[in-house]
Design a protein around this ligand. Structure first.
Ligand SMILES: O=C([O-])CC(=O)C(=O)O
Ligand SMILES: [Mg+2]
Length: 390
């Protein structure tokens, strides 16, 4: 039976808050959402797929409304389908990218990523399977991981936030079942950041290897090296996005001097950018982590290409832990056997996070059997998504 897209709805949801990293505050952060309705009827209602654009990049409604969605709706229905009449994600991707020049990926990758997510949600719901099983059968070995490593990201700067507040926040993460936590650095001077780092390490029973620090691309080379020397003795979980995401030379130079693990990639939005990181970024496949977020970077169709590229360069999928803390990447992590997924227990609501009843134990979270991505088991977000097409 051939699936047909009947309607597409697009909207914006605020995910603003008073937090700040070393580069931006989140006072006006928002996020695109889409609902894609099909002609497949279940329980008397059309099956609908949902997507949203992670966090950290603003909504991309203009590109969605003017370019990506009209191409999808105007495409000859058969041009989106595989031989069995199901959605062909790579063909849909080509349709959305028709008449788009290469390079300069910017916010276009966000727009395509949202729709790609919704098409995967839709296709797996039509098959009545949770997304991770659908993906594992198609792109993995059919034996997905049944739980995924997750670390708790937070530790933002916020008005009036004290060291004690930071410690309480981190204790809260441990109480929720996380063993590894992440905090922001680079938004204060080195001496203050070291006090913040030591305060958090105290909460971790003195074990720095359970703490990741994230610079959000703020440092120039000298500052990157200075901080690197200062934090190396803590033997941290990783030192993240140290300089500008496209400054591969800076990254490579830091990797020559800083012996601990480095993580980066959340602001690389294409296969080509990720390949440049691998070619020129000096990352070490035995310890470093790639954080490309499929929702921000042209969706899973492009992420699969990135996985192929990494394999060709001798990288294990286990060295990938996507940015974003969302359910889409959680399924991808289980199906493609990634190293884990980010989680934000306290931020980016209503979009971020996993099913309402998800339980984290020893820093791992299980997958649920809800068909699709499982937005339906995340009540506050589902209400927003449902309102798009009611
Ligand atoms: O503060 C942000 O933009 C989020 C971020 O870097 C992360 O999750 O690693
Ligand atoms: Mg980051």
């Amino acid at each position: 039976m051939a699936v047909k897209i009947t309607n597409v709805y697009e909207g914006v949801v605020p995910i603003s808050s008073s937090i700040r990293n070393a580069w931006i505050d989140f006072s006006s952060m928002d996020c695109s959402i889409v609902a894609i309705e099909s002609d497949v009827i279940r329980d008397g209602k059309p099956v609908v797929g949902y997507g949203f654009n992670s966090n950290g990049r603003y909504s991309a409604g203009e590109i969605l409304r003017r370019r990506v969605l009209p191409r999808l709706l105007e495409a000859e229905p058969g041009s989106l389908l595989d031989e069995q009449g199901g959605l062909d994600h790579a063909k849909a991707w080509d349709v959305m990218m028709n008449n788009e020049k290469p390079g300069g990926h910017g916010e276009r990758s966000v727009a395509v990523g949202v729709v790609d997510m919704a098409l995967f949600d839709l296709a797996s719901k039509i098959e009545g399977k949770p997304l991770y099983r659908y993906l594992s059968e198609r792109y993995g070995d059919g034996q997905p991981d049944d739980s995924v490593f997750v670390y708790a990201a937070g530790g933002y700067y916020a008005p009036g936030k004290t060291l004690t507040d930071l410690q309480d926040e981190m204790r809260g993460f441990l109480d929720l079942g996380y063993d590894v936590v992440k905090m922001k650095i680079g938004g204060a001077d080195l001496a203050e950041d070291l006090r913040r780092i030591e305060a958090v390490i105290d909460v971790l029973d003195g074990d720095g290897s359970r703490l990741a620090v994230d610079v959000n691309g703020r440092f120039d080379l000298n500052t990157a090296l200075e901080y690197g020397r200062a934090i190396e003795p803590y033997r941290l979980f990783w030192y993240e996005e140290i300089g500008d995401p496209l400054d591969y030379h800076l990254n490579a130079t830091v990797a020559e001097h800083y012996t601990g693990p480095i993580a980066t990639g959340e602001n690389l939005f294409s296969l080509q950018d990720a390949r440049n990181l691998i070619r020129y970024g000096g990352l070490r496949p035995d310890r470093d982590t790639i954080q490309v977020d499929p929702a921000l970077s042209y969706g899973l169709v492009e992420y699969l290409r990135i996985q192929d590229m990494l394999r060709q360069h001798g990288w294990s999928s286990r060295r990938c832990i996507p940015h974003g803390g969302h359910q889409f990447s959680l399924h991808i992590a289980a199906a493609l056997k990634l190293g884990g997924n980010e989680s934000y227990p306290g931020e980016f609501q209503p979009t971020g996070g996993f099913a309402d009843d998800a339980v984290v134990e020893k820093s791992r979270v299980g997958l649920t059997d809800t068909p699709g991505i499982g937005f339906e088991s995340k009540a506050a977000f589902y209400k927003v998504l449902r309102a798009l097409h009611s």
